[in-house]
Unconditional design. Structure first.
Lengths: 373, 262
């Protein structure tokens, strides 16, 4: 003879369930509680009845009950997963996770508030350590952000202060160049002029970086009051003077006025040319083209040599990015970043295409004033 | 930004006189709806959310501006100016009772009558003054808020599961009940529970009704009586509603009391 499967005793399930049950009257008094929670709190079940819910909650929980739980329960009928500290008869706290729901009658009148509570000592400890870790991470991020601002301010001040002695050196070298010198003297003066030129370009880029980072982008002053061609010719001449052994070919056909900051376009061309000098194959000529085409002004610089790998290309225009080649000749890694910022400030684009035949950077902008476009 | 957008201001009802309801710590304008709707027949009813609560513009929050209740009072006055309020009634729950008092002093012609529901000018005990809170208890409350960083977002986004076929309902619920940015909630708790506006009470010009709840642990009876004794033109009324939110637990009683006063 087989015995019938045991049936669940609902009364016993309520009383000894592995979670606490508390029912509250609408004015917040305990009207029923199960034995599980009475045992947790070290009260006799009958002694719990009639107490206010505040009597079994930690202080934070009491306030939260009044300011958050009660209003939410009235408005939406239930609240889930609240971390609540219960208070034992002896004042010790029990961390729990609570769900609550209002029991309402057919007319919607509030009869009881039912709470189901789960002990959650480990979970609450874990959550608290998460909260603490987050606070620490936030503090560290803030400290790093402040340090970064300081670093950039330092760069700005340093760049600015180096400019003056560089200007003095430049003036001195120019004066020396006018003196009667031996052949080797003239060579030395020319090389010194080239070095000063490079140092000045580095400082300019550095200052632009600091300015761009510290406040709203690169400053540009655009107009179309003077021709652009001589400015670009000057840039090409300087590059040839600094590096007479490299072949630099230029095709300049700027037929119409270009609404731009000519000093900035010169800086962009300088940065693209020195990038080509640094990374291009020495035996392939560098080509600069500057043309007007329709409504656009286009300036491109190409060089030979190995193509730029994809992963490098993605980061090419980021500040302080330096390719894998010969770090000593690389400078600060600001040239292409500044060039792309100049392009942006002109509402233009700076793109790169790199194949086995050539690597070409192309700057393209609308040559008309913005309101005419 | 426009104060009406910043505070998600909702204007309903018909009437020449305006009545503005302000929510307290822990909730948003939703908590006034059961009372506010009873005034729509004969008042211009104004509801709003403080910055960082409900559907306000959270990006307008600044810890500096809101480092004292004055910043909140300035917002109330800005809303009043945008709506051209004059001789209006301001109904403030909990901490908003004091915010309303400060606003009425800033703009006496804007709010001629105040209703304070569960007011407290200072929550922490101080020498002879009994606010009902100790400093350690305030810290415990802040700890509770930190603990519920994760929990609150769950509470604020009521289960959508039952409404899988009506996702728009879920989205609406998610945003409508007492949603608060946890960081802002913590700041607001600190500003609220550490405020001391006892010195401001003497100079509040508006007629005031104090509604005192029974068994309110946040604003106990003696605090309500203290406010009454210090406010020059105040009436004191004991409600039979219990707890700190009679606007939700007993909207009829609160409505009747406000009606009698205005």
């Amino acid at each position: 003879m087989s015995s019938a499967p045991p049936s669940e005793d609902l009364e016993d399930l309520y009383e000894t369930a592995p979670c606490g049950y508390v029912s509250l009257s609408p004015d917040g008094r305990i009207v029923k509680a199960n034995r599980t929670i009475a045992a947790w709190l070290a009260w006799a079940p009958d002694d719990l009845v009639g107490k206010r819910v505040h009597d079994i909650l930690g202080f934070g929980g009491q306030i939260a009950f009044e300011t958050h739980l009660a209003p939410l329960l009235r408005m939406q009928g239930h609240v889930h997963e609240i971390a609540l500290d219960l208070l034992k008869a002896d004042g010790e706290k029990i961390p729990t996770i609570a769900n609550a729901a209002e029991k309402r009658d057919a007319e919607g009148r509030h009869l009881f508030t039912r709470l189901t509570l789960f002990k959650a000592v480990d979970r609450r400890t874990y959550e608290r350590s998460l909260v603490e870790a987050r606070a620490r991470a936030e503090a560290e991020a803030e400290a790093q952000r402040e340090a970064a601002v300081l670093r950039e301010q330092f760069l700005a001040v340093l760049g600015h202060d180096i400019r003056n002695p560089l200007a003095a050196l430049d003036a001195g070298v120019r004066l020396l160049g006018k003196e009667a010198l031996s052949d080797s003297g003239r060579t030395i003066v020319r090389e010194m002029a080239g070095s000063i030129e490079r140092a000045s370009a580095l400082v300019d880029n550095l200052l632009d970086l600091a300015r761009g980072r510290l406040g709203g982008g690169l400053p540009v002053g655009r107009d179309a009051d003077a021709p652009l061609t001589p400015v670009i010719e000057q840039v090409v001449a300087e590059v040839r003077r600094i590096d007479p052994d490299r072949q630099v070919e230029a095709r300049i056909a700027v037929e119409e006025p270009v609404y731009c900051d000519r000093g900035r376009i010169a800086q962009l061309a300088t940065n693209l040319l020195s990038n080509a000098l640094t990374h291009g194959a020495a035996d392939v000529p560098i080509r600069l083209e500057a043309v007007t085409e329709g409504s656009d002004f286009i300036l491109s610089v190409s060089n030979g040599g190995a193509p730029i790998p994809d992963d490098v290309r993605e980061r090419l225009f980021q500040p302080f990015f330096r390719g894998a080649t010969r770090a000593s000749r690389n400078g600060l890694g600001l040239g292409l970043y500044i060039a792309s910022e100049i392009a942006k400030a002109h509402g233009g684009t700076l793109d790169v295409r790199s194949t086995a035949e050539e690597t070409r950077f192309t700057f393209r902008m609308d040559k008309r004033p913005p309101d005419a476009a | 930004m426009n104060a009406l957008v910043r505070h998600n201001v909702q204007v309903t009802g018909q009437g020449d006189r305006a009545i503005m309801f302000a929510h307290g710590f822990g909730c948003d304008q939703t908590m006034w709806q059961p009372v506010a709707r009873n005034f729509e027949a004969d008042f211009k009813v104004v509801l709003f959310d403080y910055v960082g609560h409900g559907r306000s513009d959270f990006s307008a929050y600044s810890p500096e501006r809101y480092s004292s209740l004055d910043g909140y009072a300035a917002d109330v006055v800005e809303i009043g100016e945008a709506l051209g309020l004059r001789e209006a009634v301001f109904v403030g729950h909990s901490v908003s009772a004091m915010i309303g008092a400060l606003a009425s002093r800033r703009a006496p012609e804007m709010f001629s009558d105040l209703v304070m529901v569960g007011p407290s000018p200072r929550y922490v005990d101080d020498e002879d003054y009994r606010g009902g809170f100790s400093r350690a208890q305030i810290d415990e409350l802040l700890e509770f808020l930190a603990d519920n960083h994760l929990g609150w977002s769950a509470a604020m986004a009521p289960v959508i599961m039952g409404n899988a076929d009506r996702p728009e309902l879920g989205a609406r619920l998610e945003n409508s009940f007492c949603s608060t940015d946890p960081e802002i909630a913590r700041d607001f708790a600190r500003v609220t529970f550490l405020s001391d506006n006892r010195g401001d009470l003497d100079s509040i010009p508006a007629r005031t009704l104090i509604l005192q709840c029974s068994e309110d642990i946040i604003a106990p009876l003696e605090v309500g009586q203290y406010v009454h004794s210090r406010l020059p033109r105040s009436e004191f009324r004991q409600l039979s509603a219990t707890g700190h939110c009679p606007n939700l637990s007993a909207p009829e009683e609160v409505t009747a009391a406000i009606r009698e006063f205005v």
